[in-house]
Design a protein around this ligand. Structure first.
Ligand SMILES: [Zn+2]
Length: 329
């Protein structure tokens, strides 16, 4: 079969797929999952008790997945950690001993990463630990970080663009009493700014309510921010840190090929050059239905929909699989 390479339109396009000219022959790849305008990640550091007892039920209530970076030394809440991992939240590395990596030797840093990954993976039933957050937001030589992780979080209060300048310095905003983001509204304003910029906002939360941890943020405010993104789902994609690192790299690497086209059947292959054992986050693509078709069925995608104006919008893991589109009318 002769393969015809699709023109891939890179990702400057921010409008929803339904607004694309339906006569276009290109597949479009969404900047953020489901053609959301912006991406949000909630991260929780240090493994504090109130995160499990108070924050997790709020997150689960909105079905929002977050990333937890616990301090493993003296950690006791392993059952809770295993449970939230099983429930789709991410457990990332915050080193084992929560050391400042600027003072550590290369061997020490390497050992902190390896030990933390090994320990976390013991409790997360096959889930890989693939991201980290630098303790005290102090970085080390990133070549060591890159050996173990696909992305790392710092704290320099920047909304990230769709493709971060460095996946090993992804910024975050620390919120709570020790920050400029004490209220729900201040965080919602930050989300709105992220939407204007089509960017990615990573929140960094430590303590919730009245615990003794750093910079407490109120659970009432947390609940309001979660309600805000949940009520504006078409604008905000809220995902774990790892999933958005994966999405961003997959989106920038994806190759889409037309492998078969007949009157009543179209097959396209979606792949990247990335490691398939890690990069398994579905990406959102869309293309118009072939001319003259009124309806279609799609096999091979994780989910799909046909919009009123004849666009096929699908989520698909870009591991070289094909998506087969059958005429239905
Ligand atoms: Zn910490």
């Amino acid at each position: 079969m002769k393969k015809i390479l699709f023109m891939m339109v890179a990702v400057a396009m921010m409008s929803a797929c339904t607004k694309i000219d339906p006569t276009a022959h290109e597949c479009q790849v969404a900047t953020w999952p489901h053609f959301c305008k912006a991406a949000i990640t909630y991260t929780f550091d240090d493994g504090l008790e109130n995160q499990f007892t108070t924050a997790v039920p709020l997150l689960d209530n909105y079905d929002i997945k977050a990333t937890f970076f616990p301090i493993l030394k003296d950690f006791e809440n392993w059952d809770a950690l295993a449970q939230i991992s099983g429930n789709g939240h991410e457990i990332g590395s915050h080193t084992f001993n929560h050391i400042s990596l600027s003072a550590a030797s290369a061997d020490e840093a390497d050992n902190e990463f390896a030990t933390s990954v090994e320990t976390i993976e013991k409790y997360t039933d096959g889930e890989k630990c693939i991201t980290m957050a630098y303790p005290y937001c102090v970085t080390c030589d990133t070549t060591i970080t890159m050996k173990h992780f696909i992305g790392a979080r710092v704290c320099d209060r920047r909304i990230e663009p769709p493709t971060p300048e460095s996946y090993y310095h992804i910024s975050s905003f620390c919120i709570g009493t020790e920050s400029d983001f004490k209220s729900a509204q201040s965080v919602i304003d930050l989300f709105d700014e992220t939407r204007r910029k089509s960017g990615w906002c990573v929140l960094l939360i430590h303590e919730i309510d009245n615990g003794t941890g750093y910079s407490p943020y109120s659970s009432v405010a947390l609940d309001s921010t979660l309600a805000y993104v949940a009520n504006n789902k078409e604008d905000f994609c809220t995902e774990t840190f790892a999933n958005l690192v994966k999405y961003s790299k997959e989106r920038d690497n994806v190759e889409i090929e037309l492998v078969n086209q007949k009157d009543d059947f179209v097959s396209i292959q979606v792949g990247t050059s990335l490691d398939k054992t890690i990069y398994n986050m579905p990406i959102t693509i869309c293309r118009p239905m072939p001319e003259g078709w009124n309806s279609a069925r799609v096999d091979g995608a994780n989910t799909y929909e046909i919009t009123d104006d004849g666009m096929i919008v699908a989520d698909i893991i870009p591991d070289g699989r094909t998506m087969d589109i059958y005429r239905e009318d």
